[in-house]
Ligand binder design. Structure first.
Ligand code: GLP
Length: 242
């Protein structure tokens, strides 16, 4: 596991934008998995800026998302569909048919999850997966538990995640209690993984990930130690306890 400590949030966002730009230059048909949350906002703004400056071309790029809330309509500002379009897809030249998110409103959730995985298979797998880190070590929405799911699944959110994500909602009661997420197996199948983390409130989660000498399902991020190509990119605040 490689660790990059960047100066601040801007530096972190630029560093990861550099990596993505470089990868797309090497392979115009790059297959990405992208995250939501606060952490990637600066990265997406930087990618939009570079697209507008003709520095990156997303024409042939394919993107999947890690997760989506159950029960939120696409037009709901808190849905990850809305977030991805609002912060990235609407502002770059990625083809709409090459952007995939699981549908949290699907009537048949099991069928939806299966078809989502099939689409990932059909494009030939994922080259680069980017993800944030939950304060409790969750990856995507793979929450700490006695067992972790390998495949895409529907999962109840832990109280701490509902608490953490309630900052986006009017009140805690509005936060969905379930989400669709890629499983740990899907995540580990990506050829390369980059974990991005900023802020002092994540320092403990970073320390538990980087310094862990074991893997435990009670901290899903520790499983990343088993992957051959993981880079954790943090800012100085998130690296405070290292
Ligand atoms: C969220 C998402 C994850 C994200 C993580 C960190 O709940 N499901 O994909 O990486 O938790 O979120 P944030 O960047 O807002 O701290």
């Amino acid at each position: 596991m490689k660790l990059i400590i960047t100066k601040d949030y801007e530096d972190l966002s630029n560093t990861v934008a550099d990596i993505i730009q470089d990868k797309i230059e090497q392979d115009a048909k790059l297959k990405l998995v992208l995250p939501t949350g606060s952490t990637p906002i600066g990265l997406y703004a930087e990618l939009v800026k570079r697209y507008k400056n003709n520095e990156i071309d997303f024409k042939e790029v394919t993107s999947f998302n890690l997760d989506e809330y159950v029960g939120l309509d696409r037009n709901n500002e808190n849905s990850y569909y809305y977030f991805m379009h609002d912060s990235l897809f609407n502002h770059i030249n990625i083809k709409p048919e090459n952007t995939y998110l699981p549908n949290g409103m699907a009537e048949d959730i099991a069928a939806e999850l299966l078809s989502y995985e099939k689409k990932m298979e059909a494009v030939g797998g994922i080259d680069l997966l980017i993800d944030g880190l939950g304060e409790n070590g969750h990856i995507g929405f793979n929450e700490p538990n006695n067992e972790l799911q390998l495949r895409a699944n529907v999962t109840p959110l832990t109280t701490s995640t509902i608490e953490a994500n309630s900052r986006f909602f009017e009140n805690k009661e509005e936060v969905p209690t379930e989400a669709l997420t890629l499983g740990m197996g899907n995540i580990m199948e990506a050829k390369e993984i980059i974990i991005i983390v900023n802020g002092e409130h994540k320092a403990e989660a970073v320390q538990k990930l980087i310094n862990s000498s074991v893997v435990t399902t009670q901290n899903p991020s520790t499983l990343l130690h088993l992957h051959p190509n993981v880079t954790v990119v943090v800012d100085e605040a998130a690296a405070k306890l290292l």
